[in-house]
Design a protein around this ligand. Structure first.
Ligand SMILES: [Zn+2]
Length: 174
């Protein structure tokens, strides 16, 4: 990888996506913008079946609902899980505008979803979250959760960092 020279030390390297993955990740980023429009933190997620069918889409709704577990990924899984078999979810991909947190990574594990593609990584997100303790996240990568899983969960990211970051510009002030 010759492009590594441009990435500051300690930041995860951006990965290239197929056109298909890129389109669905942009869909998740659009959901993040919707979250922000509605007064929530800017995160979005989409679950897509192997045949391209969108099984669920959700935005972060913690502010508008008061439910601290209403993260985009966990909400999308709550929608998809009751109506789709574990076998169908095993071949589905969850696209998330940001790297899944520990709770969402756990929900992905329990859902049997087999593949994850995310936009901005948790390390870059810390710049937007700032130093406020109530805005900080557990400093554990979703890969730490997936690596501890007895089944393989493919994880691709960070990707489309510029697009995924745009939703967060100025979005963490209040
Ligand atoms: Zn989460």
């Amino acid at each position: 990888m010759s492009a590594q020279g441009e990435v500051p030390m300690g930041l995860p390297q951006e990965v290239a996506l197929s056109e298909r993955d890129g389109q669905y990740l942009l869909h998740a980023i659009a959901m993040a913008d919707k979250a922000r429009e509605r007064g929530n933190r800017p995160f979005g997620a989409v679950i897509v079946a192997a045949d391209g069918q969108v099984l669920a889409q959700a935005w972060n709704a913690t502010a508008e609902t008061g439910d601290c577990t209403a993260h985009a990924e966990t909400s999308a899984i709550r929608m998809a899980s009751p109506s789709h078999s574990r076998d169908a979810l095993a071949t589905a991909t969850l696209y998330s505008s940001g790297e899944p947190c520990v709770m969402c990574a756990g929900a992905i594990y329990w859902s049997n979803i087999g593949r994850v593609v995310y936009g901005i990584d948790a390390v870059r997100l810390r710049v937007f979250r700032g130093e406020r303790l109530d805005q900080r996240d557990a400093e554990l990568s979703c890969r730490d959760v997936f690596d501890a899983s007895p089944r393989a969960i493919d994880c691709l990211g960070p990707a489309l960092i510029a697009q995924a970051s745009a939703s967060h510009q100025g979005g963490w002030k209040a």
